[in-house]
Design a binder for this molecule. Sequence first.
Ligand code: 5GP
Length: 246
Amino acid sequence: MSVYSKLYEGKAKILYTTDEPEILLADFKDDATAFNAQKRGNILGKGLINCSISSKLFQQLEVHGIKTHYIDNPAPHQMRVIALRILPLEVVIRNIAAGSLCQQTGLPVGTVLKQPLVEFYYKNDQLGDPLLTSDRLYLLELATPEQVDTITHLAIEINDFLRGFFQRCSITLVDFKLEFGLDSQQQLILADEISPDTCRLWDSDAISDPDSRVLDKDRFRKDLGNVEHAYQEVLQRVLKAVESNK
Ligand code: 5GP
């Protein structure tokens, strides 16, 4: 496979075209950003770790019948993916209150939600990715009602699967962000990545300690230290769970 040109550089990945028009190459970077890129840094080995975790999770989801953009890994920090038209939506699924939900509602951190909460945010850095109402989502024509319905069902199914998977890793899936795209047949496909950059993951064995339980990007956001170690720990547990499932 020959790589052609850089198509897009995001905060965590670079996308390249390939000699096959329906296939792109995603190169995962070690760069870390938070608070809409106001905080910047570098997490050693993050690109490789996030690419490996995402690849394993996408493979598991495919086995479970969820279509993802994952194809294969030409290198440990690279993923070949299906070229999609990405919808400008960040789909956040929450099982436990944390982050912006607590800031915006006053719910105490750690409140277990009676049922998963699925939220849509406008993926727009200039506007700071604002939370959408469904009226605003349709006003901006970000997706059709059918697409929103399909995404909501997929998000709940993905959450059910990932919660169970992470439970086997002794990890509590607090919340996470998904992105979806449309293929050439207008089929909705799970895209982007699922990693400690995009999920809140709490160590189930340290669940009552608010600092040591954190195995995700909140370690970077809140300067909790041992960021690389936490990401590496998630990868090792994911690999072990995949192995023991064979
Ligand atoms: P919150 O809305 O609490 O900031 O984030 C909820 C969840 O979605 C967290 O797991 C967070 O990591 C993820 N998330 C929300 N927006 C983004 C984003 O723009 N980039 C990344 N990497 N994750 C996000």
